[in-house]
Design a protein around this ligand. Structure first.
Ligand code: PMP
Length: 394
C-alpha cells in the first residue's frame, strides 16, 4: 500500500501563488510582484550582528522562549508602541508563521470553532484546519467609496460561547484593510463575554500610512493594536515578525505576546516544534531593535512612495477597481470581466511578463481579484508593471 499523509493534509490546497510563479520559471524578462517581500537586502548592521555571533561560536541552543536579552528588548520595543508589556509575555519564534502555529497549538482543540476575517493570507486558516478546527469565514466588503470594510455587528453575530478563536489580521494581507481602535474595542468587549481568544496577526503594524484622506505628512508609529487596549489577562495572542519592517524575511524570526499564564505552554510547544530560534538569528533581531528604528522609518517611507506610485496609476486604469490601502504592502484590485484570477494571473505572466498573486489564493472571497506587492526598491518597476497590465487588458 502506498503510504499517504492524513486525509486532512491531502485536502489542503497547494499555494496558488506558487502555481503562478512556477508558470514563469525561466523567463528573464519577468517583473515579479507576487510574493510578500521586499526585493531589498537586510540592512548591513543586522547582517553583521549575525556574522559576529557565528564567529564568536554562538552555535548552541537557547532557552525555548528565546534569549532573555532579546525578550527584554522586544518587551521594551512593544512597550514603546503600546501599553507596557513585560518580557515574561514574549515568546521568540521562527518567523511570524511559526508564532501563529504555536499560538494556535496552545489554544485550539480538534473540533473547535475558529472564526476568521477574510480574505486572508491562507496560512492562518490552513493552520487552524491542520489542528482539526472548523473554520468559519466572515468576509470584508468592498465598496467603491470606502474601500474594504468590516461589518462589525455581522462579525460579532458569528462569535458566540462556542467560538474558541477569532483570527484577524490587520493591516491585512491581501487587502490593506486596517482595524480602527473603536472596532478593536467592540471586538475585545464581545470576546471577553464569549470567552473567545483573539489571535491578532499584527505583523504589518509598522507598515501603516494612516487613515485614507489623512493630511500628509501623517506618520503614526503604528497601526491601532489590540495591545493598546487589552489587559495582560485577556485571551489575546498578538503575533509579530521581523520580516516586514526590518527586511528580514529569510531569517525566520518573529515573536508573540501572550498572557503570562500561557507562556509556559508556549515554551513547551516551542521545544516540540523548533526547540528555539537559532542564536545568531536572535542576535540579528537584537541588532534590529537596537539600531533599526531609522531603518524602519526608511522602509515605511519607501513603501509609502511605492504605494503612492502604484495606486494612482491603477486607479486611472480603465476597468480596474481598487482602494488605496491604509497599511501593508499590497494593492488588491479587480479588472472588470476577469473573473478567474488564476487563469488571469497566468495569462499576465505569459503575455506580459507580469507576476501577480491570484486573489483566489486568499480564499473564495478573493476570487476575481489580484494582489500586487508594491515593496520594490525601484518604483520605476511598478510604473513598467502597470504599462504591461494596460497593454494586456487593452
Ligand atoms: N502574517 C501575515 C499576514 C503575513 O503576510 C506573513 C508573511 N507573508 C506572515 C504572517 C508571516 O511572516 P513571517 O513568517 O515571514 O514572519
Amino acid at each position: 500500500m502506498t503510504p499517504t499523509s492524513r486525509a486532512l493534509i491531502d485536502q489542503l490546497p497547494g499555494s496558488k501563488i506558487r502555481e503562478v510563479a512556477d508558470s514563469g520559471i525561466g523567463r528573464s524578462d519577468l517583473l515579479p510582484f507576487w510574493f510578500g517581500e521586499s526585493d531589498e537586502v537586510t540592512p548591513e548592521p543586522i547582517r553583521r550582528a549575525a556574522a559576529d555571533s557565528i564567529h564568536a561560536g554562538e552555535t548552541f541552543y537557547s532557552a525555548n522562549l528565546g534569549l532573555p536579552e532579546l525578550r527584554e528588548a522586544i518587551a521594551a520595543y512593544m512597550s514603546r508602541l503600546h501599553l507596557p508589556v513585560t518580557s515574561e509575555r514574549i515568546a521568540v519564534c521562527s518567523g511570524g508563521v511559526n508564532a501563529l502555529m504555536i499560538g494556535l497549538q496552545a489554544i485550539v482543540d480538534s473540533g473547535d470553532e475558529v472564526v476568521a476575517v477574510v480574505p486572508l493570507w491562507p496560512n492562518l486558516t490552513a493552520q487552524a484546519s491542520i489542528l482539526g478546527a472548523r473554520v468559519k469565514r466572515v468576509s470584508l466588503r468592498f465598496d467603491a467609496e470606502g474601500g474594504w470594510q468590516l461589518d462589525v455587528p455581522a462579525l460579532l453575530e458569528q462569535i458566540g460561547p462556542q467560538t474558541r478563536v477569532l483570527l484577524v489580521n490587520a493591516p491585512n494581507n491581501p487587502t490593506g484593510w486596517t482595524l480602527s481602535a473603536a472596532e478593536q474595542a467592540q471586538i475585545l468587549a464581545h470576546c471577553r463575554q464569549t470567552g473567545t481568544w483573539i489571535v491578532a496577526d499584527e505583523v504589518y503594524e509598522r507598515v501603516f500610512f494612516g487613515p485614507a484622506g489623512a493630511p500628509a505628512p501623517f506618520a503614526p508609529a503604528t497601526a491601532p493594536s489590540f495591545l493598546d487596549q487589552a489587559t495582560p489577562e485577556d485571551r489575546l495572542i498578538v503575533v509579530h515578525s521581523f520580516s516586514k519592517s526590518f527586511l528580514m524575511t529569510g531569517w525566520r524570526l518573529g515573536w508573540m505576546v501572550v498572557p503570562p499564564r500561557l507562556a509556559p505552554a508556549v515554551g513547551k510547544l516551542i521545544e516540540f516544534n523548533t526547540s528555539c530560534s537559532p542564536v545568531f538569528v536572535q542576535r540579528a533581531g537584537l541588532a534590529a531593535l537596537r539600531v533599526g528604528e531609522p531603518m524602519v522609518a526608511e522602509v515605511v517611507a519607501k513603501l509609502r512612495r511605492c504605494r503612492d506610485t502604484l495606486l494612482p496609476l491603477l486607479i486611472e486604469t480603465p476597468r480596474v477597481r481598487v482602494a488605496t490601502p491604509e497599511g501593508g504592502m499590497y494593492a488588491f484590485f479587480q479588472v472588470e470581466g476577469e473573473n478567474d484570477s488564476l487563469v488571469f494571473a497566468k495569462r499576465l505572466v505569459r503575455e506580459a511578463g507580469l507576476g501577480l498573486a491570484p486573489g483566489a489564493a486568499f480564499g473564495d472571497e478573493g476570487e476575481g481579484w489580484l494582489r500586487w506587492c508594491f515593496a520594490s526598491r525601484e518604483p520605476a518597476r511598478l510604473v513598467e508593471g502597470v504599462a504591461r497590465l494596460r497593454r494586456t487588458i487593452g
